[in-house]
Design a protein around this ligand. Structure first.
Ligand SMILES: Cc1cc2nc3c(=O)[nH]c(=O)nc-3n(C[C@H](O)[C@H](O)[C@H](O)COP(=O)(O)OP(=O)(O)OC[C@H]3O[C@@H](n4cnc5c(N)ncnc54)[C@H](O)[C@@H]3O)c2cc1C
Length: 428
């Protein structure tokens, strides 16, 4: 019998548990360690923040689902991984031993790296659904007293798509309420150019997003380093290509939402050779840590090198489909190890992304995620908004039913020639 443990029950952790089940042998036991019993669908947070969704509409109670699937759910959260001892210490001091561990803890939000940033300071956040609900209250205050809006992503951020998405849906909502004429908007980003997305662009994301901003009278500052935020005021330095300061800006705002930099969570940060200096889990091509080969990692908590040097540091995004490819490969590899075989599945890390603008949107497909690519495509249109709504419904249904990849999803991906894993042939 083997003890298989997953830490985290977000997008990657829940799917990880569902995909591991068919890989286990009859006596193996699967445990998920979560923080609380509620799953929430992070990609819908921007809609919560402007009132297009209620928090309760994107939350799912995992207790009954996990019980039905015979997965042990421990909701007190992991305090610390003791990798050398093959055990996870929970936040209540008890321990869970493991034969195989999958870290799926997502990011810790590094608001504290910039004075005044984040919900404890003076800017809003959409990274957690509780933040998004607070951001909705702040949005209503803005609607009652219109003024300048600053939206963007700070130095070291890796998640740019949601910043653009939020910018455009907020703009759409302001137009619908006939308030847009009283709200000057500025997009502030650490990216070297609009549409870089931490990926050096995908297809013509630069042209598509710049043109959308021009059409909607949104100003932008790229290569931006945020030095601090005070009530209603953001201090920003704009860097030149040689990283010298080209211009300083003091941006007044009545409402601001800035994506923070991410780092690894406290339960794994600072464990030598398990995590890198930012606390992200180091993995090989099989999603496995080279030093602790019974530890795997999936999702945003995985360490990925940036695509290249930029004047202001930017990270690589870890998007949903890419994460699903990590999950599938990890499940197959743990399944192989349980049967005495070597791991042979490699995730493709292909990125498919839909960024909704409310009445239109931008979609992109990057195969592989890091350039140069075999497929490098982006497109704009009203269909993206409807595709994103359909995706949300479909994904929440998957989580409720406890299915990771129903047959019709597999069929569609096969037809589109989009693979999640590369399966290598091994003799062992
Ligand atoms: C606002 C936003 C919008 C996004 N939109 C999209 C999108 O439209 N499309 C797309 O492809 N990608 C999108 N992404 C990127 C990515 O798909 C999501 O961030 C996704 O939720 C990442 O999954 P994850 O499992 O790595 O992290 P999460 O979903 O954040 O899950 C991590 C889980 O681990 C738990 N956890 C943390 N520490 C512990 C601990 N010590 N013990 C136990 N549990 C712990 C957390 O509570 C959380 O439930 C978006 C990201 C953000 C921030």
């Amino acid at each position: 019998m083997a003890e298989v443990v997953v830490i985290g029950a977000g997008l990657s952790g829940t799917l990880m548990a569902y995909e591991l089940l068919p890989q286990l042998r009859a006596d193996d036991r699967l445990t998920v360690i979560s923080q609380g019993a509620t799953y929430h669908f992070v990609p819908s947070n921007p809609w919560v923040a402007i009132g297009w969704r209620k928090q309760s509409e994107i939350e799912i109670d995992l207790v009954a689902i996990m019980k039905r699937k015979k997965i042990r759910l421990l909701t007190q959260g992991a305090g610390r991984v003791h990798a050398a001892e093959n055990r996870v210490e929970l936040s209540d001091g008890t321990s869970v031993p493991y034969d195989y561990l999958v870290v799926a803890t997502g990011p810790e939000l590094a608001f504290d790296e910039i004075p005044g940033l984040g919900p404890q300071g003076h800017t809003q956040s959409i990274c957690h659904v509780d933040h998004a609900s607070r951001a909705k209250e702040a949005f209503e205050t803005l609607a009652a007293n219109p003024g300048p809006v600053v939206i963007g992503a700070v130095q070291g951020a890796s998640c740019f798509g949601p910043a653009y998405e939020f910018l455009f849906i907020l703009e759409t909502e302001l137009r619908r309420r006939k308030l847009r004429d009283r709200v000057p908007m500025t997009f502030v980003t650490s990216e070297p150019y609009v549409g870089h997305l931490g990926l050096d662009g995908v297809g013509d994301t630069k042209g598509l997003l710049e043109s959308e901003m021009r059409e909607k009278h949104i100003k932008w500052i790229t290569n931006a380093r945020v030095n601090g935020v005070e009530p209603g005021k953001m201090a920003v330095e704009e860097l030149a290509d040689d990283s010298t300061v080209r211009k300083t800006h003091e941006l007044p705002f009545a409402y601001s939402m800035m994506l923070p930099a991410f780092r690894g969570v406290g339960a794994v940060r600072g464990i030598e050779k398990l995590t890198n200096p930012r606390g992200f889990v180091i993995v090989d091509k099989h999603q496995r840590n080279p030093t602790y080969p019974n530890v795997f990692a999936v999702g945003v908590c995985v360490a990925i090198a940036p695509v290249g040097a930029t004047p202001v540091p930017v990270g690589v995004p870890k998007t949903g489909f890419m994460i699903e490819s990590m999950v599938t490969a990890t499940a197959m590899n743990i399944g192989a190890l349980l049967r005495g075989k070597a791991p042979s599945a490699q995730p493709t890390w292909n990125a498919i992304c839909l960024a909704d603008f409310g009445d239109s949107g931008v979609a992109f497909l990057a195969q592989p995620q890091i350039p140069p690519r075999n497929v490098n495509w982006s497109s704009k249109g009203e269909w993206v908004h409807y595709a994103k709504v359909a995706f949300e419904k479909y994904f929440l249904r998957k989580i409720r039913r406890g299915e990771s990849e129903p047959f019709y999803e597999r069929f569609l991906l096969d037809k589109l020639n989009i693979a999640k894993v590369i399966q290598l042939k091994t003799g062992t």
